[in-house]
Design a protein around this ligand. Structure first.
Ligand code: ATP
Ligand code: MG
Length: 419
């Protein structure tokens, strides 16, 4: 949402148009919660007594999208600076067959619509025209108390939709809330059933938990609610059996200063699994190929950072010119602290001007051909060694590089004779 004021005005206007047409209409759910918390809502959802067809009729077919119509949701499009707003008919959900989605929905009252929502803090309505909070579920009380509490009977609500268990941890993490005791007990007793949820949805919730600065509490909560067991069994085992190692994981998650999912995932699992298992886990949560590669790269490079103070510069330089170097520094700092010798070395080097950190190549393969060398596989080796010499500042100019090539050829008489 690029223009929060415009978005808010649009959300108010949609409510006004519905009211003018004699329908009930209210802001609902996350946006009401966020405003009470003094946060900018990510988006505004509207709940209304109007049926999907009536919403379309009121705003016009061209200004509406009916993608979610089966659940009573119509998207109303605004002018170009605002995002579409979802307008959902008050509904109660029918039976849940697959532990994730209702079989059918029934259109109903605002009060029943509140009851079908997951947590009390997400069950609030707000009337933007009358500046009035409508609270059927004691959501305001829990918001003030900092509590995530299921609406109704927690076990029944988690039986309907197992994803809610992960949402509870995610909301507790991102708002720094506690989970109400009865709700937490219900999660603990059915946590293993979370696996009926698609890997992708699980991955999304875990991502939101891990990228948040409060991720350490979030991961601790995953363990305490027994959700860590189905998600990351080996880590759960570690948490249960090795208090010291587990505390180290939590500490580095807490120290980690980045919003990178790859960095957080690496910090979570480094030293607790090898890089190929970690890669498999990241792929299992359907993280992007780029993130999966980055996680594996990070856990492979971390041991080098630990020894960076003793590494030859050309070896370390090749790591630090990688696109992932800032994430690597963030994870290393979280693992060993800012004053660790290897971490300090990397931080100092990364602060160097780019021409020094990564000076342009003195020669390329084309230059070698222009010098009359016969192209071949040995070009790779020659140029790598020339790069080392350059980084060690043994060779600093193009003409020194050409002399260096002559000496190299003399030392490797079987390779690259000039024709
Ligand atoms: P976010 O800040 O992540 O967008 P949100 O509360 O807006 O949080 P959404 O997933 O956008 O969450 O859902 C909007 C609203 O729909 C929620 O506030 C809640 O009332 C309801 N809701 C969403 N998912 C569920 C669910 N799985 N079960 C019950 N109600 C849900
Ligand atoms: Mg939302």
């Amino acid at each position: 949402m690029d223009h929060p004021e415009a978005q808010r005005a649009f959300a108010t206007d949609v409510v006004r148009q519905l009211r003018d047409a004699n329908y009930d209409a209210l802001w609902a759910g996350g946006c009401v919660r966020d405003r009470l918390l003094g946060r900018q809502p990510k988006d505004y959802d509207i709940a209304t007594s109007a049926r999907p067809e009536q919403v379309r009729e009121l705003f016009g077919r061209k200004r509406t999208l009916a993608i979610g119509a089966a659940f009573g949701v119509i998207s109303v499009l605004g002018h170009k600076r605002v995002d579409p707003i979802e307008v959902a008919t008050f509904r109660s959900d029918g039976n849940y067959l697959d532990g994730r989605r209702p079989e059918q929905v029934t259109f109903t009252t605002a009060e029943e619509d509140a009851q079908r929502r997951d947590f009390t803090i997400n069950g609030l309505f707000y009337d933007p025209l009358g500046d009035r909070l409508i609270d059927y579920v004691d959501g305001e009380r829990d918001l003030r108390a900092g509590l995530v509490r299921a609406i109704g009977d927690p076990s029944a609500r988690f039986t309907e939709d197992k994803l809610r268990m992960l949402r509870a941890v995610r909301f507790a993490t991102t708002f720094e809330f506690a989970i109400d005791e009865t709700t937490r007990d219900a999660i603990r007793s059915m946590a293993d059933e979370v696996t009926v949820v698609s890997a992708e949805r699980i991955g999304v919730e875990l991502r939101k938990t891990l990228i948040h600065p409060n991720r350490s509490q979030g991961v601790r909560l995953l363990h305490e609610t027994a959700l860590l067991h189905p998600l990351l069994p080996a880590l759960d085992q570690l948490a249960t059996d090795h208090a010291v190692a587990w505390q180290a994981v939590l500490t580095r998650l807490q120290r980690l200063e980045t919003t990178s999912l790859a960095a957080a995932f690496a910090a979570l699992l480094f030293q607790n699994a090898d890089s190929s298992s970690i890669r498999g886990l990241a792929r299992g949560f359907r993280y992007t190929n780029k993130e999966v590669d980055r996680v594996a790269w990070l856990v492979e490079q971390l041991p080098l950072v630990e020894q960076a103070a003793d590494l030859p510069w050309p070896r370390l330089q090749r790591v630090l010119v990688h696109e992932g170097a800032p994430e690597l520094l963030a994870v290393s700092t979280a693992c060993w602290g800012a004053e660790h010798s290897g971490v300090r070395t990397c931080r100092t080097r990364l602060a160097m001007p780019i021409e020094e950190l990564n000076p342009p190549l003195l020669l390329t393969g084309d230059d070698l051909v222009a010098q009359g060398l016969r192209p071949g596989k040995y070009f790779g080796q020659l140029l790598e060694e020339l790069r080392d010499a350059q980084l060690e500042q043994k060779v600093e100019t193009r003409s020194q590089a050409l002399d260096w090539v002559d000496r190299w050829l003399a030392d490797h008489p079987s390779l690259g004779k000039r024709p």
